[in-house]
Design a protein around this ligand. Structure first.
Ligand SMILES: Cc1cc2nc3c(=O)[nH]c(=O)nc-3n(C[C@H](O)[C@H](O)[C@H](O)COP(=O)(O)O)c2cc1C
Length: 195
């Protein structure tokens, strides 16, 4: 399996408006593949302006925030490409699309790093951060997964939160749980014929 790095990808539309979304960048030799599902703003932007920044952050609230409607994270201009990146990140890559592998579901944009910078020191792994990332991904797939699978994965991931979460992870988890609670409300309940 290729290495996949979970990052905050920023792309720009034709007017220069920057859009951010969490995406997994797939390693392929010296290249990184951005593979956005159709339809998505990231995909639309990459076609209009074939450049992106990948911001690496250990603040998992940005991942949870982006998938729960909280996209207003501070941005700063990129150094070599036209666009923006997270102002508060540990490092970032600036990427240029070299070619596109078309696909009906998920085109692949093969990118080369044209610039990279470090901005802070990485503080190490935490199980709670990984759990937030997993739940964030899960919340983007709620309509595709059987409810029992969502509930059993949630139960497992919650252990890491209860044991190792800092305030940041607790906040991120809370936002994701609001989304899970809303989704639970949309599930069709079995009719109680005796009732
Ligand atoms: C950790 C993480 C990784 C993700 N990776 C991808 C990805 O590789 N491709 C994708 O289409 N969506 C991915 N998603 C879901 C997108 O962030 C989400 O669907 C987003 O809204 C993209 O659509 P947009 O560009 O219209 O904002 C990921 C979400 C998370 C939390």
């Amino acid at each position: 399996m290729p290495r996949i790095v979970e990052t905050i990808v920023s792309t720009s539309d034709k007017d220069g408006n920057v859009h951010i979304a969490p995406l997994g960048l797939i390693a392929e030799g010296k290249h990184w593949i951005i593979a956005p599902f159709k339809p998505s703003k990231t995909l639309e932007n990459l076609r209009a302006h074939p450049f992106a920044a990948a911001s690496h952050t250990d603040d998992v609230r940005v991942f949870a925030g982006c998938v729960t409607g909280r996209k207003d994270w501070p941005l700063t201009p990129t150094a070599e490409i036209k666009g923006g990146r997270l102002a508060d990140c540990l490092s970032h890559w600036e990427l240029k699309v070299e070619d596109i592998i078309e696909d009906d579901l998920r085109p692949r944009f093969r990118c080369k790093i044209v610039h990279q910078e470090a901005h802070g020191a990485w503080q190490g792994f935490s199980r709670a951060q990984a759990a937030v990332l997993e739940l964030a991904v899960l919340t983007t797939r709620l309509k595709m997964l059987p409810p029992e699978k969502v509930e059993s994965e949630l139960k497992y991931l919650e252990i890491a939160i209860l044991k190792t979460a800092s305030l940041q992870e607790e906040e991120a988890w809370g936002w994701l749980m609001e989304k899970i609670t809303a989704w639970r409300g949309t599930l069709i309940k079995p009719v109680d014929l005796k009732g």
